[in-house]
Design a protein around this ligand. Structure first.
Ligand code: ADP
Ligand code: MG
Length: 711
């Protein structure tokens, strides 16, 4: 078998040495390391960072212990050593008493003789381990124990790394300590071959240690202080290169891709604004229109993300943006993720524009062939001003005469590739406005949409009554039905939503059908009519049911989350969410946003059973407490972690090794600022001092293909 030594002749390759050649690994452990932790070579192990450090300089009193502590270290005396049970059920316990006189049970399931011999009465010990709650008292199973004052622990660094491992690895001796042992073998061998990835001027300016020092310290901290600097350096590096990549993308867009120049705001815009806009724009809407105006004057392609809470009035901004395009002789299109939404946009926009000599058409999957041909022809000849539709808009047969503005509603339903296809239809890319009602926390937006410009509508139209949200247990359903009946008698309509997380789940569908039947029983014809909509229905049936509700022919809409996005029925004033504990926060917020669109007081009723997890409780509480989409998004991100936020999973951009965009917001902003400064001075990264940056970026790009696909 070749040994690691054979790689010494190629020092630059030593980091790529297959992991089985590391002392202490061998073929079997290597297989497991690859399978379980994706560690294939020396470099992978070197960058397998501890997920936590245990501070062995901190001692706790027993009364300070809480359930969520991963470990504690306590000083005290050990007494009452006892053995119970027979053979395989034997266990041994002892009592640890700290200086305050409180006690805690220690427990072992094997190794009794060794423990009995080791423990001496009257000696003060340091006990270390994970506390578990047993009944109403804490105990520690198999604690680490050593006599106090021997200094065995404190002589070394006080920060001990903990690595995540798996059951399979643990049975092969590769628990956290085992992994640390491997690193002890690895680091001396490779440390001289670690190439620096940040230029010296940047490290000096930010007082960051070298990559080599950082890697050594991340695995074997000399002290809490050096560890913290090492972590800061690695986090900065990680975020810096992501931001650099994003900003480079943006730079390419703004410097190389030309954009149409909309010279004037002309007759259509002004006519609409002065004669047909039936309300005053909010100042947030005005601000966003100004931002868009500035973008479309500069000769660069606009690529703007418009965030605004549900009901904040994004559609009107989209419309006025399209009017500016038309004023300048261009066509515009508005793309929605579903047929229902496209229909709805078409109806409301045609209504608003009906007195304005403009041609507006709708193109979806169900547009008839003859109609479709007419649309294609009018588009090509430039007669059609605004085209509204679904994915059907990006079919190859759809050719615009001169598309100047693309608005995409509810962004995360569209793939990046789909957007790119739209842009490719013209020599000069149209301006793009992407609208999303799912508020994204700022730091997340910076990472996910780092190459887009962001506008925010942070204000609701005046006169809206805030939606009142209440939590009810299932046992109160009759009361809720009574309330619903009341509202319907006042002329209102109601949604009742069931969680079908995956539409294939038969069990859930049964919930929906049961619910539907009980509602039909409680709200009988002819006084009441009930619609039902779910994802397993044929699109035409779904549409039919939806339209009946929209037209007010039914009073109750029983549905799954298919109604989540964008539906606008101002007369609907109550949203009842069944099994609300099973929805994520942003989903609950989206659902709630379906009501509160008219002048009447609206309600959201969250139904749950009594068994609620801590997270579910927090979600319900948050919903009851606030209507603020951004606050909800922040809470959601904290509860679920950024990787789980709707629509971000596929992007790969959040597979961060060490940085955390929630906790490391400051570093993130700093990294973005630095990346921007550097690119401003040296957009192509050609200056000698930036060579390291250019080559590191190339190397990272190679290993992380996903980056280029984000926007
Ligand atoms: P969303 O941002 O969720 O897409 P919409 O654009 O559908 O919101 O707007 C919701 C409702 O608010 C619509 O009925 C719209 O006409 C109305 N609206 C929008 N802007 C204003 C405003 N400035 N003043 C009053 N009503 C407004
Ligand atoms: Mg909308």
């Amino acid at each position: 078998m070749p040994s690691a030594l054979s790689y010494e002749s190629m020092p630059s390759d030593i980091l790529k040495t297959p992991i089985e050649f590391l002392k202490g690994v061998g073929p079997q452990k290597a297989e497991l390391l690859k399978k379980e932790l994706q560690i294939f070579c020396f470099e992978d192990l070197l960058h397998f960072y501890p997920f936590r450090y245990i501070d062995k300089s901190r001692f706790y009193h027993i009364r300070e212990i809480t359930e969520d502590m991963p470990y504690v270290q306590i000083k005290g005396y050990i007494s009452n050593l006892q053995t119970y049970g027979h053979k395989r059920t034997t266990r041994m316990t002892a009592l640890l008493t700290d200086e305050t006189g409180q006690t805690l049970e220690l427990i072992w399931f094997n190794g009794f003789r060794f423990i009995k011999e080791m423990l001496k009465p009257g000696v003060e010990y340091i006990v270390f381990g994970k506390p578990t709650l047993y009944g109403r008292k804490f105990n520690i199973a198999h604690p680490e124990i050593e006599a106090a004052g021997t200094g065995a622990i404190t002589q070394q660094s006080t920060m001990h790394p903990a690595y995540s491992s798996t059951e399979k690895l643990k049975t092969r001796g590769l628990d956290s300590k085992g992994i640390n042992r491997l690193l002890r073998n690895l680091i001396p061998q490779v440390k001289d071959y670690v190439n620096e990835t940040l230029p010296e001027y940047l490290r000096e300016e930010l007082k960051l240690p070298t990559l080599r020092q950082s890697l050594i310290n991340i695995h074997f901290p000399e002290s809490a202080a050096t560890l913290s600097r090492a972590r800061a350096r690695l986090k900065f590096e990680e975020l810096f290169y992501i931001q650099l990549e994003l900003l480079k993308l943006k730079h390419v867009r703004t410097s190389e891709s030309k954009g149409h120049i909309f010279k004037t705001v002309g007759a259509y815009f002004n006519n609409f604004y002065h004669n047909y806009l039936s309300f005053e724009l909010t100042s947030a809407q005005k601000r966003v229109i100004k931002e868009i105006r500035t973008d479309t004057l500069g000769g660069k392609q606009m690529n703007r993300l418009l965030q605004g809470d549900v009901g904040s009035g994004k559609t009107i901004v989209a419309l006025m943006t399209m009017l500016i395009a038309i004023d300048n002789g261009f066509q515009a299109c508005l793309m929605a993720p579903t047929e229902v939404l496209a229909n709805q946009h078409y109806e409301s926009l045609s209504e608003m524009l009906k007195k304005m000599n403009l041609n507006v058409s709708l193109l979806t999957g169900s547009t008839r062939k003859a109609q479709r041909n007419t649309i294609h022809k009018m588009l090509r000849e430039g007669e059609l001003h605004i085209l509204i539709g679904t994915h059907a808009l990006i079919e190859d047969t759809v050719i615009f005469h001169n598309l100047g503005m693309v608005v995409i509603d509810e962004q995360h339903r569209f793939g990046v590739a789909q957007r790119a296809r739209l842009w490719k239809k013209n020599i000069i890319s149209p301006h793009v406005l992407v609208m999303t009602a799912t508020p994204i926390p700022r730091t997340l937006a910076m990472t996910l949409y780092g190459d887009l410009d962001v506008s925010v509508i942070d204000e609701l139209p005046p006169g809206r009554k805030p939606i009142k949200t209440i939590h009810q247990y299932d046992t109160n359903r009759l009361k809720v039905f009574g309330f619903m009946r009341d509202q319907i008698k006042q002329g209102r309509q109601i949604y009742v939503v069931y969680p079908i997380i995956r539409e294939s789940e038969k069990l859930d569908l049964k919930d929906l059908q049961d619910g539907y039947e009980s509602i039909v029983r409680a709200f009988p014809l002819p006084e009441f009519a009930v619609s039902i909509v779910h994802g397993q229905m044929k699109p035409a049936d779904k549409d039919y049911e939806m339209q009946r509700f929209v037209r007010g022919e039914t009073q109750i809409m029983v549905a799954t989350t298919v109604i989540e996005v964008g539906i606008n029925v101002p007369n609907a004033s109550v949203m009842v969410i069944e099994s609300a504990q099973r929805f994520g926060l942003s989903q609950l917020h989206q659902l709630r946003g379906r009501v509160g669109r008219g002048a009447d007081q609206s309600w959201c009723v969250l139904m749950t059973d009594f068994k609620l997890s801590a997270d579910a409780k927090k979600r319900i509480e948050t919903m009851v407490r606030t209507n603020d989409g951004f606050e909800i998004a922040e809470t959601d991100m904290k509860l679920r972690g950024p990787g789980d936020i709707h629509g971000t999973q596929q992007s790969g951009i959040l597979d961060l090794k060490i940085a955390n965009i929630i906790q490391d917001e400051k570093i993130l902003k700093y990294a973005r600022g630095k990346a921007a400064d550097i690119l401003e001075k040296d957009p192509e990264l050609r200056l000698p001092e930036n060579h390291i940056i250019a080559s590191t970026l190339r190397a990272k790009r190679k290993s992380k293909v996903t980056w280029s696909k984000i926007s």
